[in-house]
Design a protein around this ligand. Structure first.
Ligand SMILES: *Cc1c(COP(=O)(O)O)cnc(C)c1O
Length: 397
């Protein structure tokens, strides 16, 4: 059988078979609505509450601080618009970074049209936000800081604990997009000192279309969906019970496997990075070398297009992603890579490989065999690369 090597876990993960098993009864026998009082509904309600406890446990929160949503995008939208509108009387200033996920950036753009002022902090060449920049950006009108825990493209892990400390000192709500970190590395709401965070099930081997928002008790927020009284009257709508049960199970499994998965994935990641640098010239690593997600590799190859690399890797049965163009349906290079200071053509030549539970040494070996051949082939056809080589040769003479 032709085995696909899946290296795009930052985009989505396969649903764990144990998660699927846990979900199945809630599609069949246990279909009762969690909002009813007969036994069939009670059973469902206790399954939802058990999932709430599983999610809370993974991030060191209380179960009543967990709100189920339709995913990471909704959690980001809710945390940011909800905190902004509920605290408008105190001020209208929001601080975020230039490298946030679109779910955060587009929400901030929306709020700008509603009269809010947003500061988009720059990052350094490794993609790090400087906590000092956060401190300096605060005004007496600042009501919300939203800085992601780890970036989905380059894997850089932000100093969220320091940012949380600053936010607490100034009594400003701190939201962090932890979609890439929950289930992948330890996340503790009290260690970070955040008031809200976002979780997506399908990034931690759970099902798609379900997620959660953590909201610290006492944090003022507007309700998100209007209707019934579900989720403490804050997020109406009949619960996605199978999805929620799946998220709970995924959270439990992630908590159990992290001690093993972190060193294992870090080992594979470093093997990939070192292997690429040994075998291919004119390459750069995007993102911080060590303060980096255990599963993230993001590199730029001079003179060629990320899109072409992806297509050729696909012919070898390898699924990867690039920081450019077609993935988002536009020709703009990634806003994250541009924020690092990369040139357009460098950003276009980027490749993201994100490892996961099923990947093995064999997968890494295969990528390291295929990639140099692909890059060499594309560079032979690249006028951009030939021009660059000629330029270097001329400057050496
Ligand atoms: C995937 C992702 C999201 C969006 O989550 P969905 O559940 O797909 O809506 C938000 N933020 C980050 C950092 C992500 O990686």
């Amino acid at each position: 059988m032709f085995k696909v090597i899946y290296l795009d876990h930052a985009a989505t993960t396969p649903t764990d078979p144990e998660v699927v098993q846990a979900m199945l009864p809630y599609f069949t026998d246990r279909f009762g609505s969690a909002s009813t009082i007969y036994s069939l509904g009670k059973e469902t309600r206790s399954a939802v509450e058990a999932a709430r406890e599983q999610v809370a446990k993974l991030i060191g929160a209380r179960p009543d601080e967990i709100y189920f949503t339709s995913g990471g995008t909704e959690s980001d939208n809710w945390a940011i618009t909800g905190a902004a509108f509920a605290n408008e009387s105190k001020g209208n200033h929001i601080i975020t970074s230039k490298i946030e996920h679109h779910a955060v950036l587009e929400t901030c753009h929306f709020l700008e049209k509603r009269g809010f002022k947003v500061t988009y902090l720059p990052v350094d060449a490794d993609g790090m936000v400087d906590p000092d920049d956060v401190r300096k950006a605060i005004t007496d009108k600042t009501i919300l800081i939203s800085i992601m825990h780890a970036n989905n493209e380059i894997g850089t892990i932000q100093p969220v604990e320091e940012i949380g400390k600053i936010a607490r000192e100034r009594k400003i709500i701190f939201h962090t997009d932890t979609v890439q970190t929950v289930g992948s590395i330890p996340v503790d709401v009290n260690a970070i000192g955040c008031d809200a965070l976002s979780i997506s099930a399908h990034k931690l081997y759970g099902p798609k279309g379900v997620g959660a928002m953590y909201l610290r008790k006492g944090t003022k927020i507007q309700r998100f969906m209007h209707g019934g009284g579900q989720e403490s009257n804050k997020r109406a709508g009949t619960h996605n019970v199978p999805g929620i049960v799946g998220l709970g199970k995924a959270a439990e499994l992630a908590g159990k496997s992290m001690d093993e998965s972190i060193p294992r994935l870090t080992g594979l990641r470093d093997k990939l990075i070192d292997g690429i640098f040994e075998r291919i010239s004119d390459v750069r690593l995007n993102g911080h070398r060590t303060k980096r997600l255990p599963n993230n590799v993001n590199v730029s190859f001079d003179g060629i297009e990320g899109e072409s690399i992806i297509l050729l890797l696909d012919m070898h049965g390898i699924c990867a992603s690039s920081g450019s163009a077609c993935t988002s349906g536009s020709l703009d290079p990634s806003h994250v890579l541009m924020a690092l200071g990369l040139k357009h053509e460098e950003a276009h030549g980027s490749l993201r490989l994100t490892l996961g539970r099923e990947n093995t040494d064999w997968d890494v070996k295969n990528v390291l065999e295929a990639l140099p051949i692909i890059v060499e082939r594309l560079r032979m056809m690249s006028p951009l690369y030939a021009a660059k080589k000629a330029e270097i040769a001329a400057s050496v003479k």
